[in-house]
Design a protein around this ligand. Structure first.
Ligand code: FO1
Length: 322
């Protein structure tokens, strides 16, 4: 696996939407040139196992083993363990496939033996022959708390257990005040040879904000010599997948790409919009002062992922960051 000094692009990502762009970036960049800093605030312990949903979505997607339509888990999965568990009255609201369980068993065993989450992840990436660095945002625990009209909920209770139904009023990230950033990620952000930071079209509130809640990342992004480029997760007033648009409505925010650009504010040097939102470009430039790029951001297949990734990388020369 390559070291941070060879890395050229750092992506910040949650699960499904982010993993799609990371796959495109991996395809168009030379081997070893991409690092991904991954949200771990969805992680939780379930049935005695440590589950890292976004790390696994990245791992499975980049190694070509992800479920083709579900957005999480493995292709060709079977569910015998869940069926057997249900038969004896166990909890099956959060479904772990038979093959997926192998990942959780290995991770949990290694963590209990004293390994760090980043070391376990690096081992899994090596086993899958990934030439992309997958970095958990921290080896320390951080947990998203969803503040809602149904009370304060843990992330997976809200997301899977309650299918994102409760109206949200805000989010907090328990543990982020003391969580240490992953040192190689900070080194990458400070490396003069870093060419770009890409904020993937992941949910800003529960996928990217947990990473940014670790103050050292926010500071390193502001100081970073490379341009910080975000891709809008909102297209024509809707999220392609997931609850981003619903959350924005509940937080009394207009559901527009402009609001997402405003949300990231001074972290950005450039914001990428979908063609269907092209008319927002002047407003975004005026409201945020960042450059705007317009292209097709809807990643339906491998080729459209690669096209978007190449477009993002082609913007690097257009952006100056002082
Ligand atoms: N998402 C679901 O909607 N239902 C599930 O039963 C479920 C199980 C699951 C198991 C392992 C894993 O790594 C992810 C899983 N997810 C499931 C996805 C996950 O909860 C979310 O997509 C992410 O946390 C949000 O990025």
């Amino acid at each position: 696996m390559s070291g941070a000094s060879e890395m050229k692009v750092l992506a910040l990502s949650g699960g499904v939407g982010g993993a799609k762009l990371c796959l495109g970036l991996m395809d168009v960049l030379p081997p070893g040139a991409l690092g991904v800093l991954v949200n771990t605030a969805d992680d939780f312990e379930h049935l005695g196992l440590h589950i890292s949903p976004d790390l696994d979505t990245l791992l499975y997607t980049l190694s070509g083993r992800s479920h083709p339509t579900q957005g999480w888990g493995l292709e060709g999965e079977s569910w015998h363990t869940m069926e057997a568990l249900e038969a004896i009255g166990g909890a099956t609201w959060f479904r772990l496939g038979d093959k997926d369980i192998a990942t959780h068993l290995l991770r949990t065993g290694q963590l209990r033996a004293g390994a760090s989450l980043s070391a376990v992840t690096a081992g899994l990436a090596d086993t899958h022959q990934l030439h992309t660095q997958l970095w958990p945002m921290s080896d320390d625990p951080v947990a998203t708390v969803v503040h809602s009209e149904a009370g304060d909920l843990s992330f997976q209770d809200y997301f899977v257990g309650r299918q994102c139904e409760p109206r949200v009023t805000g989010f907090s990230f328990s543990g982020s005040d003391v969580a240490r950033p992953h040192p190689p990620a900070i080194a990458a952000l400070q490396d003069p040879s870093l060419q770009a930071v890409v904020i993937c079209p992941s949910n800003p509130f529960v996928s990217i904000d947990p990473i940014l809640s670790i103050a050292a990342y926010r500071e390193a992004l502001v100081q970073c010599a490379a341009p910080v480029i975000a891709v809008s997760p909102i297209v024509a007033g809707q999220a392609i997948k997931g609850p981003t648009a619903k959350m924005m409505r509940e937080l009394q925010m207009p559901v527009t790409a402009l609001e997402v650009a405003r949300h990231y504010g001074n972290l950005l040097d450039m914001f990428i919009l979908d063609d269907s939102d092209a008319e927002l470009a002047p407003q975004i430039r005026e409201a945020t002062g960042v450059e705007v790029g317009v292209t097709n951001t809807v990643m339906k297949d491998r080729e459209s992922k690669q096209c978007l990734a190449q477009f993002v990388l082609d913007q690097v020369g257009r952006v100056s960051c002082e």
